[in-house]
Ligand binder design. Structure first.
Ligand SMILES: [Zn+2]
Length: 438
């Protein structure tokens, strides 16, 4: 039995509306008390959090951990190291593994591996067998095995009839469908945003409508089926408008933005920089501005890294042959703050909401799940998952800051002004950059 006092921090919990200086007492894996000035005598050890933000543990609902099948890029264990380095206590991993997570056995495999991870890991399972789009998976059985969402991420479900069937089954299973919005007939050979830079570089462009047309179609199907539907890694400014209308019409539609789509544009591809090659592609400053505005207005309510590790030799290929994707867990919070806090787009309580309770609700993690109490908030009696953030911490990203297996970050060399300094998962300190050992 161990108790830990986190004293004097600015405690922000969007669910209860808390934003004030408080102490938090953790007893084993549970939050025992949240009050002003809890007696030190009650604690075996203490974290001095004066000047720091104490948040519910951060949740990333969209990462790629590459296990099974591509362990040279990342594993569930190495990905969980990247997660806690970035302040995340929970991640949800996508099913585009080898083989894809499309059966209850593979859902259980992820949970088995996750038992040894540094953070909580929950699997999202595929909606079609092999993610091939032709045959629906047994979605009810996937949910019973513990899948927290359904997605063929990496690809959209292209056939409209199949998409409708998958939405109907996903709704019946009580889950959310997460769509990778890309019409493949509009992106054949495309490797970056279609614009002046793709022309300059002589690369095949990827138009915004490839994303928008899938969202438009799917919103019709959401109206028809009532399934909760989530747009992954939104990249086009006009997609924000489409989602604004759907939410205005009270459809159960949510969307996420990724750090790179909040900070970078297709200019980063100049010099054929493969660490700026991602799917969907980096777009223009007008898109970045529209996505930030969509967050400020509460149209985009979730942030997600799309952490996509690739080996150095894969990213060293010529631009048109290199794989899509960048890592993001270790730098995510700093990047979100740079895009949203340092530009006065939103404040800390809203940023923390986008990173805790909203992704928890997306994946039903706010409810009791597999015998564990709900995640995403700070509640006495609830799980002691906490992230401690230094809101005034200047640092420059180097290779040694990347804790996962891959190094394909677009932010190496970038300077940031905030940093997570401690990650506590179920009462255990899994990352600690505080000046005093805990
Ligand atoms: Zn995707």
């Amino acid at each position: 039995m161990a108790t830990m006092l986190i004293s004097g921090g600015r405690v922000i919990d969007p669910v209860s509306g808390t934003d004030r200086v408080l102490d938090v007492l953790v007893h084993d894996a549970t939050i025992a008390c949240i009050e002003p000035e809890i007696s030190r005598a009650d604690a075996d050890r203490e974290i001095d959090a004066r000047g720091l933000i104490v948040s519910p543990g951060l949740i990333d609902p969209h990462v790629h951990l590459r296990e099974p099948g591509q362990e040279h890029k990342e594993t569930i264990l190495t990905g969980s190291r990247a997660a806690v380095a970035g302040g995340f206590t929970t991640v949800c991993c996508m099913p585009n593994t080898v083989p894809p997570i499309d059966s209850p056995e593979l859902v259980r495999f992820v949970y088995d591996r996750a038992a040894g991870a540094e953070c909580r890991v929950f699997p999202v399972a595929a909606g079609t067998v092999g993610r091939a789009g032709a045959q629906m998976t047994e979605i009810r059985l996937l949910a019973e095995a513990g899948a927290v969402g359904i997605s063929d991420d990496g690809d959209a479900i292209e056939q409209t009839g199949m998409m409708k069937s998958v939405l109907t089954a996903t709704r019946a299973a009580g889950l959310t469908f997460m769509q990778h919005c890309q019409d493949p007939s509009l992106t054949r050979g495309s490797v970056m945003h279609a614009g002046a830079i793709s022309t300059q570089l002589g690369l095949t462009g990827w138009p915004r409508i490839a994303e928008e047309i899938i969202i438009e179609r799917d919103i019709r199907l959401v109206g028809d089926t009532g399934c909760r539907y989530h747009v992954q890694h939104l990249s086009s400014g006009d997609s924000v408008e489409i989602i604004r209308i759907a939410r205005h019409n009270n459809l159960p539609v949510t969307a996420e933005a990724s750090p790179h789509h909040l900070l970078l544009t297709d200019h980063s591809c100049l010099g054929y920089n493969t660490n700026a090659k991602m799917n969907p592609p980096l777009r223009e400053s007008t898109d970045v501005e529209a996505i930030r505005q969509g967050i400020a207005e509460g149209i985009i309510t979730i942030l997600a890294t799309d952490h996509a590790p690739h080996a150095p030799d894969e990213k060293a290929l010529p631009f048109d042959q290199a794989p899509f994707g960048v890592i993001g867990l270790e730098t995510a919070l700093a990047a979100y703050a740079k895009a949203l806090i340092e530009t006065d787009t939103i404040g800390w309580p809203q940023l923390i909401e986008l990173l805790t309770i909203n992704p928890a609700r997306l994946c039903n993690l706010d409810r009791t799940h597999r015998g564990e109490a709900g995640l995403g908030e700070l509640r006495v009696g609830g799980p002691a998952d906490l992230t401690i953030i230094d809101p005034d911490h200047t640092w420059t990203v180097t290779h040694s800051d990347l804790a996962g297996r891959s190094r394909n970050s677009p932010f190496i060399g970038e300077s940031f002004g905030i940093r997570p300094v401690a990650t506590i998962v179920a009462g255990r300190v899994r990352m600690n950059r505080l000046p005093t050992p805990v």
